[in-house]
Design a protein around this ligand. Structure first.
Ligand SMILES: Nc1nc2c(ncn2[C@@H]2O[C@H](COP(=O)(O)OP(=O)(O)O)[C@@H](O)[C@H]2O)c(=O)[nH]1
Ligand SMILES: [Mg+2]
Length: 238
């Protein structure tokens, strides 16, 4: 779970000097709002989906909705700098989706989620996805009250990204290597990217997926089901 002792806004890649950074401290306000979201949505498993633009987040949400929509009550909050297009795409496959238009901002902040909660019905929702703005940098610092952070890295993006954008992978619980159907056509090593990512974050889980041909979708859906069950079990224990 993401409730680690160090808030995500302050986690640094391995080898970084752990110093007080004044701009990072401004993120403490965001952490307070994230805590309020966690308390308010204590029954719902919340997953923050991050990646560069175009890595396949919306397509994966669509395919997930098609596969799990009958078993789980799924909702999506999706952030983009402009347009409602992604929310429309998800509604087209029957997913309860609300667009957060950030007005040019390069990430979603916790206060945007809190405001959006007044405009979406989350009664009986088991699983809430937050599709973050496409960006491997800024979203890493903003806790949105999620239980898990999942970062997609498409086979077309190059396997050198986990070390370059270390904080994104450090603060994620799962890395999804997406567009696996393209692996035979591009110079991308799943082994190399996994090794690099685990040097940044030894606990990082990895699943290789293609939304196009279905590879890895069973493993992804099983991972999600486990997390929803764990969330429900943790609530019963309290
Ligand atoms: N080959 C391939 N293309 C994909 C896959 N998933 C998504 N795409 C394509 O990648 C582009 C961007 O996908 P989208 O889901 O909008 O990415 P997002 O910006 O991360 O939400 C679209 O043209 C998709 O059709 C995949 O698994 N394989
Ligand atoms: Mg999208």
């Amino acid at each position: 779970m993401s409730n680690t002792a160090i808030p995500k806004s302050n986690q640094m890649p391995v080898g970084s000097v752990q110093c007080e950074n004044t701009s990072l401290n401004l993120l403490k306000a965001n952490d307070f709002v994230a805590k309020a979201i966690r308390e308010r949505l204590a029954d719902i498993c919340i997953i923050n989906i991050c990646s560069s633009p175009g890595s396949g987040k919306t397509t994966l949400m669509q395919e997930t909705g098609k596969r799990l929509g009958k078993q789980l009550n799924i909702a999506v909050l999706v952030g983009d700098p402009e347009t409602e297009r992604d929310a429309v795409r998800m509604r087209e496959v029957g997913i309860n989706a609300l667009q957060i238009v950030t007005g040019g901002m390069c990430h979603i902040e916790a206060q945007m989620i809190l405001q959006a909660l007044d405009h979406i019905n989350l009664d009986n929702v088991d699983l809430l996805f937050i599709e973050n703005v496409g960006n491997l940098v800024c979203p890493a610092a903003f806790d949105l009250g999620e239980d898990y952070r999942v970062t997609l890295l498409a086979a077309t993006e190059g396997d050198d990204k986990p070390k370059k954008y270390a904080r994104m992978f450090l603060t994620s619980e799962l890395m999804v290597v997406s567009k696996a159907d393209l692996l035979p056509h591009v110079p991308f090593s799943v082994d190399a990217v996994t090794k690099d990512a685990r040097e940044v974050n030894p606990k990082l889980e990895v699943i290789t997926i293609s939304s196009l041909n279905g590879e890895g979708m069973d493993e992804w859906c099983a991972w999600l089901n486990d997390k929803v069950e764990e969330k429900k079990a943790s609530k019963i224990k309290q």
